[in-house]
Design a protein around this ligand. Structure first.
Ligand SMILES: [Zn+2]
Length: 226
């Protein structure tokens, strides 16, 4: 098997196959390029170069997903993913709630209340952050939502109803911003199409052409961990 360069720092494995076109797969941080037996190397390299951005994006998403802790350990030094950033948890001796200071998140009080305090903080962050995202995308989707709420779901990121009300899972605050945007656009698009029909996905695609990678990111989060 040969190696070809996607970029100076990214290599791909080249597999010659019986397929008729060139294909790229990014799996577990490895890039594989499948090409027809007779495809000239320059043609393969040109194809891979055109897809370099897509490949990088997938590698980055997979790296983020792999780096995400399977279980949040609420102890000093642990990190909390927050809108694409990583906040370091530090226990404060002050008996206040939760205070963010740069990339540190200070939690005070009794240890058995940390988790509840953190949850309340994330709810507050979601309530402050999401209205702006909804306001940004609603006109682009062409809908007028009738308010929204933030709540906890075990197995979904958002929902909406026929009254035009949106609900979002506050655990979304632990996802990268583009993923949050995708969920917002997804729910808004449901106000136009109350299903997952091709027409629905077309609306999503118009607002966010690369939505598929953000959707894939969410799928990689096998379970919502809290
Ligand atoms: Zn949906």
């Amino acid at each position: 098997m040969a190696l070809i360069a996607v970029a100076p720092d990214v290599m791909a494995e080249l597999k010659r196959t019986r397929r008729r076109s060139i294909g790229i797969k990014v799996h577990r941080g490895e890039v594989t390029v499948s090409a027809p037996m007779r495809a000239p190397l320059v043609e393969i390299q040109a194809f891979v170069a055109r897809k370099a951005r897509w490949i990088r994006k997938h590698l980055e998403l997979q790296r983020q997903a792999a780096a995400r802790p399977t279980e949040l350990k609420l102890e000093p030094g642990a990190s909390l993913p927050f809108l694409g950033e990583s906040l370091r948890l530090e226990m404060s001796t002050q008996p206040y709630g939760v205070v963010r200071d740069g990339d540190r998140l200070l939690i005070g009080g009794e240890a058995d209340l940390y988790k509840a305090k953190l949850a309340r903080w994330l709810v507050g962050q979601a309530q402050a952050y999401l209205p702006g995202r909804v306001a940004e995308f609603a006109p682009r989707v062409g809908v007028k939502p009738q308010g929204f709420s933030v709540r906890f779901y075990k197995s979904r990121w958002g929902s909406c109803n026929r009254r035009g009300e949106l609900q979002f899972n506050w655990l979304l605050m632990m996802a990268p911003p583009a993923v949050v945007d995708y969920v917002v656009i997804h729910e808004l698009a449901h106000l136009r199409h109350f299903d997952h029909s091709p027409a629905f996905w077309q609306v999503v695609r118009e607002v966010m052409p690369d939505y598929a990678i953000h959707r894939a990111w969410l799928k990689q989060q096998t379970s919502l961990v809290w």
